[in-house]
Write a protein that binds this ligand. Structure first.
Ligand SMILES: CC(C)(COP(=O)(O)OP(=O)(O)OC[C@H]1O[C@@H](n2cnc3c(N)ncnc32)[C@H](O)[C@@H]1OP(=O)(O)O)[C@@H](O)C(=O)NCCC(=O)NCCS
Length: 166
């Protein structure tokens, strides 16, 4: 499959703004009215753990690009804090509605694993809602080993999986 994960680039502005309207949480840290150049700077600083909201760790945002078309996004957290260890995990992803059920999310998670390894991680935690059948399949197809489900103070239990990178 001709899918790559890459950072956002200045030329993605129009597609990015359209994607924001198509999927909730497509662009973390983007605020209405922010210039795209400023947003790219926010993401650059997020890589270094700078300028982040309380409780956020250094992270990378990638878009999934298929033949020059942005089909989804993936967020890679560089470390875990308590909230990420119980619920959020290292990696989150989403595929734009028009591009779902083509194997893209599975390819995105697969491609993210070596990127996590480059950060020095030896295993990654990936979580999904108990009722998110698609995400369960994606994580399990990428080698996720189920540890347990976190249930405290959340509406839908989170299934917690570890993927070994070594
Ligand atoms: C969940 C999501 C990422 C799946 O993306 P996708 O690109 O459609 O997933 P894939 O095409 O790689 O499909 C993976 C598997 O899930 C299945 N699947 C996909 N969507 C499904 C759905 N709505 N219901 C049931 N199964 C589904 C596919 O058939 C495939 O199964 P297979 O391996 O047996 O063939 C996408 O629907 C999405 O972005 N949803 C909203 C955000 C979200 O839930 N993110 C994940 C948070 S953990």
């Amino acid at each position: 499959m001709d899918l790559i994960l890459r950072p956002l680039e200045p030329s993605d502005e129009v597609e990015f703004i359209a994607a924001l309207g198509e999927m909730e949480n497509f662009g973390f840290y983007y605020e209405t009215g922010m210039s795209f150049v400023d947003y790219l700077s926010v993401l650059d600083r997020a890589l270094l753990g700078e300028g982040l909201p309380d409780g956020h760790v250094a992270n990378s945002l990638f878009v999934a690009d298929v033949g020059g078309v942005v089909v989804g996004r993936l967020s890679l957290r560089h470390s875990l804090n308590d909230a990420l260890l119980t619920v959020g995990g290292h990696i989150g992803y989403g595929v734009l509605p028009a591009h779902r059920r083509k194997g893209y999310a599975t390819a995105m998670l697969h491609h993210a694993l070596p990127l996590a390894g480059e950060l020095g991680l030896t295993s990654v935690l990936v979580t999904c809602d108990e009722d998110n059948i698609a995400s369960r399949k994606i994580i399990e197809a990428c080698g996720g080993v189920y540890e347990n489900s976190y249930t405290l103070d959340i509406d839908v239990p989170k299934r917690r999986y570890w993927i070994d990178l070594v």
